[in-house]
Design a binder for this molecule. Structure first.
Ligand code: DGJ
Length: 695
């Protein structure tokens, strides 16, 4: 695993099972030569590339590593820039490379203007994951203005059409999958909202005839939480290209003389089957991407008060809930919205991050001490990027919200968005949260964001369209600064549920609020697609009492679903009987035993609810010595025959023991894989959680 360099112009990114090969031709154009199984390095060569045909240059059909706008290139480009004299063309020449054991930087320079463009790559021990990005450097004095500055272009192998998986969700239906066969034309998934949002995902999964275990799968994730674009198109020769980056809609980035800028990273790879893709991304996330302080630590079982009390919080009511949460075995008690300013409902208070004295006459510490005395840590909800017009902050600083003086700034959920590009706003937010964390024993912050940007006037900016970038950058910077100063505090990313659950957020926040829809049946599907391309441990999953469609699922079934991620409780525990609390405790204690497997293990999706009427997820330890199997079904057909359950992820030659429905199994990994066991799913809300161990 490394970067191999052949003849100073062929670069092989040698991952665990694949080669990603780049060749720079004599004209300075970087071609993708191969992305797939490994071949002898000496066989790789640069295609003949100087030809032109009657009406276009052949560059349009090259598998370029990064297409810039300029010359007679008409295909979609990744970069478009304007120089200070009005020239809107780029013409790059290859100037050399720098490489480390696991990194590669290919350098290019504009032939006329003082612009350096570098393509950056990194590979990772034991994984088929590659990071790719672009860095631009202004070597002159005048501003260079980018109206498009995507992170990566990826050319998929061969010329047969791919099926592309992305999401087409919304609030409460995040991650809902959409699959499109791309024969021709352009396929665009994007957000223009200032957050990655609930709708499309900043990623793609492209495949032909693939399933969990077989078939080539090509995938990429953009590490960016702002407006994004994922574009795939198939050209006239059948080549499918993908471009990912910050959305160029209403975008600009001005690079000042002497400055450099690195676009958000793209994390991409190739796997055989979807299962291996998920496992690779999970391992990569834990080892190389999530914030270091908690990446390799087990996340606590938390209780969140939102669904129980909504805005109606007080020292007394929260302390009562905390007693129940502690009895249920929770380790972290989180008070959600409602504790600050004049917050009675969603009409007032955002921006006033001081404790509401009517609700907490003795301050926050009374509650925190009660929570700590029960053996739990304390966590708090904030929504720092927002302001209600009915707030002290807005009355003092109306100019701090994005606005145009001539336009009405529309409220959504009765709130406006703060102009996060202003240094004073950033300092105010940092100061408020820093003070909370410095004065109180707070172990966790849930950072919410409940509306998209609009009317984005920002008079403070020389280049106003840079705000799309600067807003998200400010959020990351504040979280990073807070984390640096308070390294024991965990941060959760939330945006009306899972509206900011991308790999950008995952580099700064330790976990994600998956969705406001906590219905266990819907969650089985949402969680599957969340974990398909994101680390399992980041997926906060509450057991609640939600009853949107009058289908109250049994408590044990809800635990079965939530225990597949970062287990949390979120119901109104005041309505739980002693027996219910005892049942919660039983599952919470079981989760504590197995959470290492869930949060760090390898996930094998053995049965699929949509395909098999039954969902079976097996989480195995990396050394294959133990695992935990979750099986659940909502409603199967009445005449459903007993069905085989074939295991994956076991060591063929080792013996595994476990008990399933009263039968004790002691079988080899080979047997369990090939023959499997037979399960008979006949009841509604079927639920089994099975620990398996090597003998
Ligand atoms: C939206 C979040 O997704 C909920 O969990 C909750 O925190 C509310 N906001 C509070 O306003």
């Amino acid at each position: 695993m490394s970067v191999i360099i052949k003849d100073k112009n062929i670069f092989v990114l040698d991952t665990k099972n694949t080669h990603y090969v780049i060749g720079v031709d004599e004209y300075g154009c970087a071609h993708n030569l191969h992305w797939g199984e490994k071949c002898p390095t000496e066989d790789y060569e640069i295609p003949f590339s100087g030809d032109e045909d009657s009406n276009h240059r052949s560059r349009d059909v090259f598998r370029e590593e990064y297409t810039v706008f300029g010359g007679t290139v008409y295909k979609e480009c990744a970069m478009k820039a304007e120089f200070s004299d009005g020239c809107r063309e780029l013409d790059l020449a290859f100037t050399g490379y720098e490489s480390g054991e696991n990194t590669l930087c290919l350098k290019f320079r504009d032939k006329v203007y003082p612009l350096e463009v570098s393509l950056l790559y990194a590979v990772f021990e034991g994984l088929d994951i590659i990071e790719k990005s672009v860095r631009v450097k202004n070597l002159g004095e005048n501003d260079i203005c980018f109206e498009k500055l995507l992170s990566a272009e990826l050319c998929l192998p061969d010329t047969e059409p791919y099926t592309v998986l992305n999401s087409n969700g919304e609030w409460g239906r995040e991650y809902y999958p959409v699959r499109t066969k791309l024969d021709g034309g352009r396929l665009i998934f994007e957000s223009r909202r200032g957050t990655s949002g609930h709708n499309n995902s900043p990623n793609f999964v492209a495949y032909k005839n693939a399933d969990e275990k077989s078939g080539e799968v090509y995938f990429a994730n953009l590490a960016w939480s702002g407006s994004f674009v994922t574009e795939l198109y198939r050209d006239v020769k059948g080549v499918t290209r993908a471009l990912l980056g910050m959305n160029d809609f209403d975008f600009e980035y001005a690079l000042k003389g002497g400055e450099s800028f690195e676009a958000p990273k793209v994390i991409f790879g190739r796997s055989v089957g979807f299962g291996e893709m998920s496992r690779q991304l999970n391992r990569f996330g834990v080892k190389h991407h999530l914030p270091k302080d908690f990446a390799e630590k087990e996340l606590p079982v938390l209780y969140n008060s939102w669904e129980a009390t909504e805005f109606d919080v007080s020292a007394k009511s929260q302390s009562e809930l905390a007693k129940k949460a502690a009895a249920a075995g929770c380790e972290l008690f989180v008070m959600d919205d409602g504790w600050f300013g004049q917050r009675k409902d969603d009409h007032a208070g955002l921006g006033d991050w001081y404790v509401n004295e009517d609700k907490f006459p003795n301050g926050l510490d009374e509650l925190i001490e009660n929570v700590n005395a029960l053996g739990m840590d304390f966590g708090l909800w904030v929504e720092p990027e927002m302001v209600n017009p009915d707030s002290d902050l807005y009355r003092t600083h109306p100019e701090w919200a994005y606005h145009y003086p001539t336009r009405k700034a529309h409220e959504i959920r009765n709130q406006l968005v703060l102009n996060m590009t202003r240094a004073d706003v950033q300092e105010y937010i940092f100061g408020c949260i820093d003070e909370l964390l410095s004065k109180h024993n707070i172990a966790y912050i849930k950072w919410d964001m409940n509306r998209s940007l609009s009317e984005t006037g920002a008079e403070n900016l020389e280049y106003p369209k840079m705000l799309w970038y600067l807003h998200t950058k400010a959020v990351y910077d504040i979280v990073d600064r807070l984390k640096e100063k308070h390294p024991t505090v965990q941060f959760e990313s939330c945006s009306s549920g899972g509206g900011r659950s991308d790999w950008g957020a995952l580099a700064h926040y330790d976990m994600v609020w998956t969705s406001d829809n906590t219905d266990a049946i819907d969650r089985l599907k949402m969680q599957k697609y969340y974990a398909l391309t994101r680390p399992v441990k980041t997926m906060r999953a509450w057991v609640t009492d939600v009853n949107w469609y009058n289908r109250k699922t049994p408590l044990d079934f809800r635990f079965n679903v939530s225990m597949r991620g970062a287990l949390s409780l979120g119901g109104n525990l005041n309505n739980y009987s002693d027996e219910d609390i005892a049942e919660c405790r039983k599952y919470v204690e079981l989760y504590k035993e197995i959470r290492g497997l869930v949060q760090f293990g390898d996930l094998y999706r053995l049965l699929d609810l949509e395909r098999d009427e039954v969902s079976a997820d097996l989480y195995m330890s990396a050394d294959k010595t133990e695992g935990v199997l979750f099986v659940a079904a909502v409603n199967t057909s009445c005449m459903k025959p007993p069905q085989p359950l074939h295991f994956e992820g076991l060591d063929d030659g080792k013996i595994y023991t476990f008990e399933y429905d009263g039968i004790r199994y002691e079988k080899s990994g080979a047997y369990l894989r090939n023959v499997g066991i037979v399960i008979d799913v006949k009841t509604q809300y079927y639920n089994r959680i099975i620990k398996i161990k090597i003998k």
